[in-house]
Design a protein around this ligand. Structure first.
Ligand code: C2G
Length: 142
C-alpha cells in the first residue's frame, strides 16, 4: 500500500504516538507499518488535555475509549497515555524503544530523538482524516 517505506525491520521495540480519534484506515495503516519495523509496537495515545492544547478541540472519543480501541489491534502490543509532546525521550527510555515512528506531518520535528533511537517518518495515507470525517458527518446531518 505504501511502496515508499524503505526503512528496515529489526527485533526491537517501536514506539509511536497519536490521538487516534474517530479511528480510520489511515490510523490502521500507520500502526501496521510501524509494527513491521520491529518486534514489538508500543503506542502513546494523546490525552484529552494534550489534544485540546494541540488541536483546540476535545476529541470525539474520550481517551479511555481511544486507548481501548488502539490496544485491541493485533499489531499493537501495549498502549499508554501521552501526556505531553515534550516527554518523548522519557517515553522512549521507559519503554526501551529502539525506533520512533511518526507520520510525515511531523517530519523533522523529532529529529533530536535520534540521540536516543532511530527516527522514521512514514507517509500519511492520502484523502482520509478525522477532521474530514467529522465535517462529512456534520454536513450530512444538517
Ligand atoms: N495518519 C496517517 N494517515 C492519515 C491520518 C493520520 O498516516 N490519513 C497518522 C498520523 O501521521 C499519525 C497517526 O496516524 O502518525 C495518528 O494521527 P493523529 O491521531 O492525527 O495524531 P496526532 O494528533 O498528529 O498526534 O506526539 C505526537 C502526537 O501525539 C501525534
Amino acid at each position: 500500500m505504501h511502496p515508499d517505506d524503505s526503512s528496515t525491520s529489526d527485533a526491537g521495540t517501536v514506539i509511536t504516538f497519536g490521538t487516534f480519534d474517530v479511528f480510520h484506515i489511515g490510523h490502521l495503516a500507520v500502526l501496521e507499518r510501524a509494527a513491521a519495523l520491529g518486534g514489538r509496537l508500543v503506542v502513546g495515545v494523546s490525552s484529552d488535555a494534550l489534544n485540546l492544547g494541540k488541536k483546540g478541540r476535545q476529541p470525539v472519543f474520550p481517551q479511555e475509549e481511544r486507548l481501548t480501541i488502539v490496544a485491541a489491534l493485533r499489531c499493537v502490543d501495549a498502549v499508554f497515555v501521552e501526556e505531553s509532546l515534550e516527554l518523548k525521550s522519557s517515553y522512549i527510555r521507559e519503554h526501551g524503544a529502539s525506533t520512533l515512528v511518526m507520520g510525515d506531518d511531523w517530519a523533522g520535528k523529532f529529529d533530536d530523538m535520534q540521540e536516543f533511537c532511530r527516527v522514521v517518518y512514514l507517509s500519511r495515507t492520502p484523502a482520509v482524516s478525522t477532521t474530514a470525517i467529522i465535517e462529512k458527518i456534520s454536513g450530512s446531518s444538517g
